[in-house]
Structure formats: C-alpha cells, structure tokens
Design a protein around this ligand. Structure first.
Ligand code: GTP
Length: 599
C-alpha cells in the first residue's frame, strides 16, 4: 500500500464519552467484521473490560475504507486505554499515529481527560479531529460542547461532525474527516529499521505477539531483529496486519505501516511498550525517543485466605505477568497472614483489576494488605532505602530524613464546587498551585499532593463532593522531604506485621485510632482482656481494649460474706493475668479483612 493512502489514528476521549462505541461503528462501516459476528465493543476483548465498560489494554485494527473520492484507504485504528493509571501506554499509542479523533460527549462537554489526552496528542504533534457524540440524548447540547472545545482547547470545532455512535448516525462524516484531516505517514522504507512497540500480548500458542508501527525501514519474515532497550534478538516467524477476527500474515511491512509480529518470545517483559525494534545486522543508530520502563506506583501484599493455596497464587501471578509487564511481584511473608507476595501496580485501578482477575479467573480468595507507595528513606550512613513495605522501614534512630512521592494534580470542575474541593485537598496535605477559569463556569485547579493521600479514596470523595461533575488527572512530579512515621499495631503486646503502616506524622494518630476501633469491633472476645495498641517506635499513641469473657464466679455464692466474694474475684483476676501473659490472640481472617478495608 502506498504511503499516501495510509492513515494511522487513534481515538481519544474522557472516560465514558463513547470511544469504544465509535470504534465499533468504524469497524462496521469498513466491513471489518461480518454483521453476525459483530459483538459490542469488539476491541475490548477481555471479559472484565466488557463488564466494567472500560478499555484496559490498547489494541489496533487494520481497516479499508472506500472514500467519497473513489480511492481506497488503509486505516490503522489504534485504541488507547482511558484511565490515568495507563497514561504511559496512551502516550506510546499516540506516538504511533499521525492523527487523533477526539470524542466529546455532547451532554458533558470538555472534562479533565478530554484536556489531558488532547495535550498528550498535541505533544506528539498529532492532527486532532473533534467529533461530538451522543446527540441522540435529549440532554445533548453539541453547540455548547463545540464552544467549549473552541474556547478551552482552542481547536476549530464548529463544523465538526455531530454523531450518535450508539445509533450509527453520521459515522461517514467521521471517516471522511479522517481521510482528509489525518496526514499520511512518511519515512524511508530503505533506511535501517526503526519500529515502535506500542503494545504486546501473550498468546499460549505462538508466544508474545508484538504490535508495532514502522517509522522507517522494512520488517520482514525471517529477519533477525533486535529490541534496542533490552538488547534481546529474535528471528521473526510471522508478521502481518491486525484484523479484528484473526490476523492476516504477510511477507513484509514498510515504513508508515502498523502490524504485528511473533518470534517465539516467552514473556511481554522482553518486549516493553515504547521499545524500538531494529534490524540486528543493519541497526538504526539510535532508538525512537520516549521509552521508559514500566514503573509501579502502588504496592500491596497479596495473600490467600487459605494458606495452602500459595502455589496457586504464584502460578496465577506468573500467568498474569506474561501479559502485563507493569505488574511486579516478589515473595514476602507475614506472621499474621503466612506466605504471599508483595505486588506493584501502576495505580489503584490497575491493582483492583489484578485482584479481581485473580479472584475470578483463578478462583482464589485473597487477603490484601493496605496499599502503600514507595518511600525514600535516607539513612545516617548516607545510603538510600526504597521502602514499599512498612515491614522494611528502617529504625528511626538511623534515619537521616525521609521523602515521599508527590503528584501534580489537575481537577476540572464547574465553579460552584470549588468551595467543596479546596478543603478536601488541604485536608490531604495538598499545596494549592493555581486556579484558572477555562470559560465562564469551568475551573481548572492545580495542586501538588502526596501520592499517598490520593491513592485511597480521593477520586471517590471528589466525585461525591461534586455530584460527579469534577474530573481528576495526575502525574508523578518527584520526591519531597516529609515527616514520616511507621505505626505498628500490637495485640496483647505482640506486633501484627500485616497491619503496620507508614504515614505522615499528622495523619498517623487519627488513622491509628480508627484502626484500633475497627479491630476492637472485629476481634472476638477471649478469656482474657486484650489490649489493642498502636505505637510509633516505643510510644503508644492509641489504645482500645477487647473486654474478657467473664465467667460468673459468684454464681454459687448466695448471700454470704463480702470478703468471700472479693476473694473469688481476686482469684479470677489473677488467673486472667496469668492467661494474658501466656495467651496469644488468634485474629480471624475476617477481622483482618474488615480492618484492611478501612480506607
Ligand atoms: P472507556 O473505554 O472506559 O474509556 O469508555 P469509552 O469512552 O470507550 O466509552 P464507551 O464507548 O464504553 O461508552 C460509554 C457509554 O456511553 C456506554 O454505555 C455507551 O453505550 C454509551 N454511548 C456511547 N455512545 C453513545 C451515543 O451515541 N448515544 C448514547 N445514548 N449513548 C452512547
């Protein structure tokens, strides 16, 4: 196919604005799938994705469109995930395109990720084509949405297509816009190969299937290629075009094209998103810009309720990792929970998805510990310890200072909610940066906030405080010194490692108190009194008591002498004290789970 007839594009949108639905309609219009096999949201082919209605991993398809000018065009549609956790994948997919269709829900207008994704697309110099969706809904106000796009983003939008992706209205206009508006790719097919890996997927039969976009050069079957970041070399067994139903092998792909190859690669770790594929014998002088290794932001311990399922958990994690280079795990053990794994995730959504898949697809009942970020602790001997598990927090005596990760937060909201949002951010140690009016009633707020404060419930609280109107976006901005403390939980004087946490000193006390209260409600009474304590170093900062079950030792004492009663009670007290010194408290798993769900 000659380059002038290729269009590589992506669809970007705020979550739920209709990106996947539009993609389905484009596939239909291009007859990529026979009607009877058209399943809704074909591109989201993981069950969980379909159920949650979100795109987790990006996909690509190769389509043919016969335009009004009579010519046939090859369209490569690269789908991108829609959640902040997956921003890096989005950026790599965009780097594989020349243009982006920006879907804006005409009932909602511009929202946080409409802006964030548009900026990302502009960073890659993409041509942006707005379309206004959901015009079938009575609440749709396409003119207002168009005005917002013109005012806020500064893109011409008044003549942009108004569509209903759901009902298939005006989809041709979108396709014509793509042909006319997205620039054709360029790049010399005879130059040394440079292909960008924008996704990969593990297949049990052929190994990893690598999705790429060729910037320059040619990739052919039988060629020995090298991945420039990892240095690994492979021989291409099959290459071709990406079709929604089974791929279409071919002999070679050239500069400007998008496709897949397989080479008996064992795990997606070897084909990191963002890496550059080159020819092993005639390599490109340098890789394509923008590669960075996947980076976990949030960690938690994952254990099975039934300790004997530990090997199953390991197998399950290994299987998931084959297909998810951003999931990391290593074995850890806890006195309270037994053997498990410390797992790293891109963010909270990623964590929830993995937990849900483990439970559903692998039938495991899990116990997970409180999520934590990575703290940097500088010791007095000058070394740096990166702590992702409270258990490894160094002794305060040898700590010179500690730092925690901060993120740049941007919140877009109608102005009437600013009064609700500001205290919420301050309460989470947010540092106000600036506030801009995007138009007469939309406001964008910027904060610097500790990542630790937003991983738990910030997003939900934000939605609750703004009737769902505000939207959130954040990116890591670096580490800053912070007054951190490690809080230990003691049951009857014994530390319970799985319940330790690291927090800013101002936050440690309220959190410790809530944890103690929650534990008190969930630990069954024992024959002796059980103190529940939270401690920083040796200092107790909170305490609750689970009262002892008490046998009525006076039951057989009718009337009688008061000293006799006192004697019996004294004896009981002695006995309890002895028991307490000897006894250990069994914490039922349910109590753990209840407590760990605290945040
Ligand atoms: P993510 O993949 O999570 O980013 O969402 P998305 O942007 O792909 O949105 P999706 O296509 O899943 O659509 C979100 C919801 O809007 C779904 O319930 C769709 O059925 C609905 N929807 C999409 N387009 C239209 C439309 O034109 N009209 C109406 N009424 N609903 C639509």
């Amino acid at each position: 196919f000659d380059q002038s007839h290729i269009r590589n594009f992506s669809i970007i949108a705020h979550i739920d604005h209709g990106k996947s639905t539009l993609a389905d309609r484009l596939l239909e219009k291009c007859d990529a799938v026979p009607q009877r096999e058209m399943e809704n949201q074909l591109l989201d082919n993981m069950d969980l994705e379909r159920e949650r209605g979100i795109t987790i991993k990006s996909r690509a398809v190769h389509l043919f469109y016969k335009a009004k000018d009579g010519e046939i065009y090859a369209l490569n549609l690269i789908d991108t995930p829609g959640h902040v956790d997956f921003n890096y994948e989005v950026s790599r997919s965009l780097a594989a395109c020349e243009g982006a269709v920006l879907v804006v829900d005409a009932t909602q207008g511009v929202e946080a990720q409409t802006l964030a994704n548009t900026y990302l697309a502009l960073d890659h110099d993409l041509e942006i084509l707005p379309v206004f969706n959901k015009i079938d809904l009575p609440a749709a106000d396409p003119l207002k949405a168009k005005q917002e796009v013109e005012d806020i983003i500064g893109l011409p939008a008044l003549d942009a297509p108004e569509i209903s992706a759901k009902n298939g209205v005006n989809i041709d206009a979108v396709l014509e816009d793509i042909v006319a508006g997205v620039p054709a790719p360029s790049g010399d097919p005879n130059a040394p190969l440079q292909a960008l890996v924008f996704d990969s997927q593990y297949d049990p039969y052929v190994g990893v299937v690598v999705y790429f976009r060729i910037r320059q050069g040619t990739l052919r079957r039988g060629q020995t290629i090298r991945l420039m970041a990892t240095g690994a070399q492979y021989t291409i067994l099959e290459c071709g075009y990406l079709k929604p139903l089974g791929n279409e092998p071919t002999d070679a792909l050239q500069a400007g094209e998008v496709g897949y190859f397989t080479a008996s690669i064992k795990t997606v770790k070897d084909t990191q998103v963002g890496d550059t594929v080159t020819d092993a014998e005639n390599p490109a002088s340098e890789p394509l810009p923008g590669y960075r290794p996947a980076q976990s932001m949030v960690y938690c311990g994952i254990y099975t309720e039934d300790g004997s399922k530990y090997p199953d958990l390991r197998d399950a994690l290994e299987k998931l990792q084959l297909n998810d280079a951003s999931l990391t795990f290593e074995p850890e053990s806890s006195v309270a929970l037994g053997f498990g794994f410390r797992c790293g995730f891109l963010g909270m959504l990623h964590m929830e998805i993995i937990q849900e898949r483990l439970e559903r697809e692998f039938n495991l009942d899990l116990v997970t510990t409180l999520p934590s970020v990575i703290y940097h602790v500088y010791k007095t001997d000058g070394t740096l310890v990166k702590v992702d598990n409270p258990h490894n927090y160094p002794d305060p005596a040898v700590i010179e200072h500690a730092e925690e990760p901060y993120v740049k937060v941007s919140i877009i909201t109608p102005n009437e909610y600013v009064g609700n949002i500001m205290p919420m951010c301050q309460d989470r140690r947010g540092e106000f940066k600036d506030m801009q009016y995007l138009d007469t009633h939309l406001v964008e707020l910027h904060y610097q906030m500790p990542l630790n404060e937003i991983i738990y419930d910030f997003f939900d609280t934000l939605k609750a405080n703004t009737k769902g109107y505000a939207s959130l976006d954040y990116e890591l901005s670096g580490y800053r010194p912070s007054d951190l403390v490690k809080v230990d939980l003691l049951l009857n004087g014994d530390g319970v490692d799985a319940l330790s946490f690291i927090a800013h000193k101002d936050k440690a006390y309220p959190r410790a108190r809530r944890l103690c209260e929650k534990l008190k409600d969930n630990i069954p009474r024992q024959l002796f009194e059980v103190p529940i304590q939270a401690a920083i170093g040796g200092r107790i900062i909170a305490r609750e008591t689970v009262k002892a079950m008490r046998k009525d030792v006076l039951a057989k004492c009718y009337g009688g002498d008061i000293t006799r009663k006192k004697k019996l009670l004294e004896k009981q007290k002695e006995g309890k004290k002895k028991m307490r010194n000897l006894g250990t408290v069994q914490v039922p798993t349910e109590a753990f789970m209840a407590v760990l769900k605290l945040d």
